[in-house]
Design a protein around this ligand. Structure first.
Ligand code: SAM
Length: 221
């Protein structure tokens, strides 16, 4: 069977006892970046071998991995941080497993958008998870679609594009729309700031934006 195992998004204490046990027990861990994951497993004293499984090779290797699983291997899939399949490789392998009758279990665990959404103080009863917007083609269409949604939406954004993204959001949502920038969640310099898009733009234009970012945008009033 395949275990999909979430790993910490910043704070190494954020891993479950079950995740550690599974990572120890499986014969092989598929990882996005084996060097990053080796450091993580070393930290927990886990010696399980790692093999690369990332967006550049997943199409080529997915069937071979499912062959191994179908012939009895028990493997785990992890990504560099958070839950595989959430803006990370995972979907292709899970789908291929289902098609071949291989059991898939995803452990509950860290992912960036849930703490961002919940800490934002914006409505979280119903929400839309968008992840990364396309950089060029289709970006404007997507922004307009999101702006018109009747519920909160969540974006992943790089620190280098945050200011540009806030400017674009102001055009489609209006300057007074409430939003939240959740930065460096679970890390030393965590910052969760909820205010209008205009105030967020002012705040983040003044400084050199660093770290990992989730943007949460409230629905229209
Ligand atoms: N699989 C991950 C998950 O479950 O959230 C997401 C991986 S995606 C490649 C990386 C993006 O997630 C970052 O660019 C950022 O938008 C968000 N992210 C990851 N860790 C974060 C953190 N500690 N604080 C804020 N955002 C984070």
């Amino acid at each position: 069977m395949l275990y999909i195992v979430p790993t910490p998004i910043g704070n190494l204490e954020d891993i479950t006892l079950r995740a550690l046990r599974i990572l120890k027990e499986v014969s092989l861990v598929l990882a996005e970046d084996t060097r990053t994951s080796r450091r993580l497993l070393d930290h927990y004293g886990i010696k399980t071998p790692l093999r690369a499984f990332h967006s550049h090779n997943e199409h080529a290797v997915v069937e071979r991995v499912v062959d191994e699983l179908a012939s009895g291997a028990t493997l785990a899939l992890i990504s560099d941080a958070g839950t595989p399949g959430i803006s990370d490789p995972g979907f292709l392998l899970a789908r291929a497993c289902h098609r071949r009758g291989v059991r898939v279990e995803c452990l509950p665990g860290p992912t960036a958008f849930v703490p961002a959404l919940v800490a934002s103080g914006l409505p979280c009863d119903t929400f839309h998870f968008e992840g990364f917007l396309p950089h060029k083609k289709g970006r404007q269409t997507r922004l307009k679609y999101l702006a018109a949604l009747p519920h909160t939406f969540v974006l992943y954004e790089s620190p280098f594009r945050l200011v540009k993204c806030l400017e674009e959001l102001i055009v489609v949502c209006g300057a007074e729309r409430q939003a939240c920038v959740a930065r460096e969640l679970s890390k030393l310099f965590e910052e969760v700031k909820t205010t209008s898009l205009a105030s967020l733009l002012e705040h983040f234009t003044k400084k050199d934006v660093k770290g990992e970012i989730v943007l949460v945008v409230a629905p229209p009033e």
